[in-house]
Design a protein around this ligand. Structure first.
Ligand SMILES: Cc1cc2nc3c(=O)[nH]c(=O)nc-3n(C[C@H](O)[C@H](O)[C@H](O)COP(=O)(O)OP(=O)(O)OC[C@H]3O[C@@H](n4cnc5c(N)ncnc54)[C@H](O)[C@@H]3O)c2cc1C
Length: 403
């Protein structure tokens, strides 16, 4: 961590958190990977007590209000301990918590945010459906307003924390709005998972991020009070899009954390493993690969820091391209760096499925997919790059003649 880019206070915080996580959360990793979700819940409560679920939340609701740079330091450090535990924390505190913090009512914030920042409750966000992956405007879940209630029918799939969450921020299409643009009908509501009509219909057997709860859920005539509306009716899509920068920077930081943890092990291993009567670190085929990995890791960290600082400075427009750049670069860096680490450990990595290096390696494609695939991040980046040209073109277009 470079002292040129981080303040002394941030560096101190990172070191303290690193040591605290090693002592308190690392022992919970193996049980979590083995499928004991109580270990994940315990990690959430411990992190909540330590203030690690509230960096982006107001102290009024149990947060620390430290902001996005601190949140990115946290995401990196927790991800360095374990990807599943970090994703649980990130989804609950950020993906569930942020839309609520910015668009929720005072009552909603008072009711849910302290439970989220304390780690006592786990939140989830449910957008993806069978027909709506990268294109969320294709969601089919129906919300019908009837008096003081919303009646919800439909399903969501691939929902992180889904099988264990206490509360879900659910997005569907409000049938009472007549607008040909489906995005203008998407509406968000808060749903407690004990609500009648809410059912978990599948718990996915994950090929990475083992220990996390990712589930499919279905809603049959599920009724929630209108007080649970997030923002206004039809504002759901806009709310989702406006909060994505925070999510992307958190995800980018997590990519750095997974890759750094694997890299530290691979670097050390290369100095210890002797073949052909010398440590493999003396072979340029090995050490140059690790040098490349170190360059990419630091580049990813700095892109993440830049985007985090833009969010803290409320530079929303610049933050969009910066957050997608950090996330896209981070996912591709993680794929490459964790591959290098597996190559360095060779058989040692392939035969120890739950060790840090193979876990980070399997986490890499997960990061490429979640929170909008890396293709979608590049789509956003090019859209932002070409935006001014398209606007200019529109300006010079000849006006239609009257008559
Ligand atoms: C482990 C895990 C956890 C998840 N957690 C959540 C969650 O908590 N909440 C939630 O709502 N969702 C969640 N998701 C869903 C995730 O956000 C989607 O899987 C992701 O957005 C991609 O959707 P898809 O899988 O349907 O792929 P598709 O959208 O079908 O994409 C298939 C391929 O086409 C490419 N593609 C699609 N459109 C374009 C385009 N316009 N330009 C270029 N390429 C394109 C994609 O990049 C990809 O390579 C999770 C997914 C996983 C795997």
């Amino acid at each position: 961590m470079s002292s040129v880019f981080y303040t002394a206070e941030e560096i101190k915080f990172k070191k303290e958190i690193h040591d605290w996580l090693q002592e308190n959360i690392a022992p919970l990793v193996q049980p979590a990977i083995d499928g004991d979700y109580n270990a994940v819940k315990k990690a959430m409560i411990l992190m909540g007590k330590k203030g690690l679920c509230g960096a982006i939340h107001d102290p009024k609701y149990g947060g620390t209000g430290k902001g996005m740079v601190w949140e990115s330091i946290l995401a990196e450090e927790v991800a360095g301990i374990n990807g599943a535990i970090e994703m649980t924390r990130l989804v609950s505190a950020s993906l569930f918590g942020m839309p609520l913090a910015t668009s929720g009512t005072e009552e909603q914030k008072k009711k849910y945010l302290p439970k989220i920042t304390s780690g006592e409750w786990i939140g989830a966000i449910a957008m993806t459906e069978d027909t709506a992956g990268s294109d969320l405007s294709m969601m089919q879940t129906q919300i019908v307003r009837e008096g003081d209630e919303y009646i919800i029918n439909g399903h969501k799939r691939f929902i992180t924390n889904g099988g264990e969450a206490n509360v879900v921020s659910l997005y569907g299409v409000l049938q009472n709005i007549e607008d040909p643009n489906p995005r203008k009908r998407i509406t968000g509501v808060l749903v407690e998972t004990t609500t009648k009509g809410f059912e978990i219909t599948e718990r996915y057997d994950l090929a990475g991020m083992e220990g996390a709860s990712v589930a499919r859920m279905e809603f049959k005539d599920m009724r929630v009070p209108v007080e649970n509306l997030v923002g206004t009716e039809g504002q759901g899509f806009a709310i989702l899009m406006s909060e994505l920068n925070v999510e992307r920077v958190g995800m980018a930081a997590a990519c750095v954390g997974h890759a750094q943890a694997a890299f530290d092990i691979a670097l050390k291993y290369s100095t210890e493993r002797v073949q052909f009567k010398r440590p493999i670190s003396s072979l340029e085929g090995v050490s140059f690969r690790l040098a490349d990995a170190a360059i990419k890791l630091q580049a990813a960290r700095l892109l993440t820091l830049e985007a985090a600082k833009m969010i803290d400075a409320h530079k929303e427009k610049e933050a969009t391209i910066a957050a997608s750049s950090a996330f896209a670069f981070g996912t591709e860096m993680e794929l490459e760096v964790t591959n290098t680490c597996v190559m360095t450990l060779a058989g040692e990595a392939i035969t120890k499925r739950t060790d840090v290096v193979p876990c980070a390696w399997r986490m890499a494609p997960v990061m490429w997919v979640v929170g909008g695939t890396t293709d979608i991040q590049k789509f956003i980046i090019q859209r932002e790059l070409y935006g001014p040209f398209i606007k200019k073109k529109k300006k010079v277009a000849p006006k239609p003649k009257a008559g």
